[in-house]
Design a protein around this ligand. Structure first.
Ligand code: SF4
Length: 485
């Protein structure tokens, strides 16, 4: 399945924002160890959140997958959808309390992402009730990006039409390969024919923002089969393509088989060649690489309206919104806040990183217990839950209060994944109240000398200097990132 931060950036702001459909010039208020309220030129103050909702059901567990997802528990889907609605109501109430105490204006939601698992296993009416509760509890921006991940073979035209009518406007298909043998080895249940059918149906249903996910560096994969996959994907003209190298995760069948010598290990040199070939080919076909593993078409090339704010010369900070780059994942890479709902979902807001209980049944039980305050045990949980601070909820099992050092490190590690945008030196100082050179100067100098980082004038921020990975460092990103941990 295409991925999300909950999967460790599988499938994953300076400062851009949408406010009732219009970008406004804004400045950033410095709030160390916290999230950044944005003051718009109109004087209003707001936070723009993203929302991630985890749907942990799959028809089958693929042998390479270490996501928090379960096969054979589909009978729990109705109760899970109800529990999600309750969690959304709970967190929404807490956000309103928080706003009343701390901020004068409502926060807005710029993106929503249904990730999995296989979200397309939920029915349109279940999506309808979840989206209804999101709309009742949060203010969505007029042009909010709403993405659903789907497996080819689990969607029909009628189903997609229903999803589109619910204003879901982006769909991400987990394709992985166009080669039958490779799909079989990955234990994917779809064929490439299913992919063609799913894309055709999605277009017919009105989706004009499609992502297709690919995996390369498979055991015994040849450069030629990879090239064929990329070419077939290009023939489908998606707006966005993600390509991730296969990693053999501990605890998965692939990880165990590889350890016992039963699975040939992916060849790292060949995987690097595949990455470079794909990168050049996608760029040559009009896809701009904006992140280590992500490419997007430019909206103008598709005849889409150019965003007003790009032409607004008075903006202090101008961010590129002219492409189909995934705005939800940009929120992660730009180290901006997102709320998480569902079993095993991870969130980052109000100075916390936090995660929910993993197992589906426990997730449902915790929400149900919280809703029934009359039993003594439940009352105790209710009291405890009522003491939880936003954004934590009765299903939160881990939370970590971020230090300034955590936030600065994550800003670097996430932001350097953005291959064009990089990290802005001015923005670092504005967010954290410290000069980048004073905090990470020595490490940055080393990376510049090694040729892994480059310093450039920003393509998006006026009069601003940015640091970003050099093209050669895109394959060696971890060597740069580990220095900021
Ligand atoms: S479809 Fe396969 S890869 Fe995707 S989440 Fe389910 S088990 Fe994992």
């Amino acid at each position: 399945m295409s991925g999300d931060f909950v999967h460790g950036f599988h499938g994953l702001h300076g400062f851009f924002s949408y406010f009732y459909g219009f970008f406004r010039a804004f400045r950033v208020i410095r709030v160390p160890n916290s999230f950044i309220p944005i003051t718009y030129s109109c004087g209003k103050t707001s936070l723009v959140y993203s929302l991630y909702l985890h749907i942990p059901f799959c028809a089958h567990r693929c042998a390479y997958c270490d996501f928090n997802t379960y096969a054979g528990q589909e009978s729990l889907i109705p109760a899970y959808a109800d529990a999600l609605v309750e969690e959304i109501n709970y967190v929404g109430r807490r956000l309103r309390d928080y706003e009343t105490k701390r901020l004068s204006d409502h926060s807005t939601i710029g993106t929503i992402f249904f990730g999995g698992g296989t979200p397309s296993l939920l029915s349109p009416s279940q999506f309808d009730s979840i989206l209804g509760s999101l709309r009742a509890n949060f203010t969505l921006t007029e042009d909010a990006e709403i993405t659903i991940e789907a497996n080819p073979g689990t969607v029909t035209f009628a189903n997609l039409q229903n999803l589109r009518s619910l204003e879901i406007n982006r769909i991400s298909f987990g394709v992985q390969s166009a080669n039958t043998e490779e799909l079989r080895m990955l234990e994917r249940t779809h064929s490439f024919f299913d992919v063609i059918e799913a894309v055709t149906s999605a277009r017919k249903a009105g989706f004009d923002n499609l992502n297709l996910d690919l995996i390369y560096g498979l055991p015994e994969q040849s450069l030629q089969t990879w090239q064929t996959t990329v070419k077939r994907i290009l023939d489908l003209h998606p707006e966005h393509i993600s390509a991730y190298a296969l990693t053999l995760e501990h605890g998965t069948p692939f990880g165990r088989w590889a350890k016992r010598g039963l699975l040939p290990l992916p060849n790292p040199d060949l995987a690097a060649e595949m990455y470079e070939w794909a990168s050049e080919t996608l760029e040559a076909n009009g896809y701009e690489q904006y992140e280590i593993s992500n490419w997007a078409k430019n909206k103008d090339e598709n005849g889409r309206m150019k965003d007003e704010f790009l032409q607004n010369p008075s903006s202090s900070f101008i961010f590129d919104n002219s492409s189909f780059a995934c705005r939800h994942n940009l929120q992660y890479w730009r180290a901006l806040p997102y709320l998480a709902f569902g079993a095993g979902a991870h969130g980052y807001a109000h100075g916390y990183r936090y995660s929910n209980v993993l197992r589906i049944k426990t997730y449902i039980e915790r929400i149900t217990n919280y809703q029934l305050p009359n039993s003594p045990i439940r009352r105790a949980e209710h009291v405890e839950a009522s003491n939880l601070q936003f954004p934590l909820s009765p299903v939160t099992v881990n939370h970590h209060k971020q230090t300034l050092q955590d936030d600065m490190s994550e800003f670097m590690i996430n932001g350097l994944r953005l291959t064009r945008e990089g990290i802005s030196i001015d923005e670092f100082e504005q967010r954290f109240g410290k000069k980048l050179q004073d905090v990470f100067g020595k490490k940055i100098d080393e990376l510049l000398k090694l040729g892994l980082l480059e310093s450039k004038t920003s393509e998006f921020l006026k009069n601003s200097e940015v640091l970003r990975l050099t093209p050669r460092a895109r394959l060696l990103g971890n060597q740069a990132f580990m220095r900021f941990v």
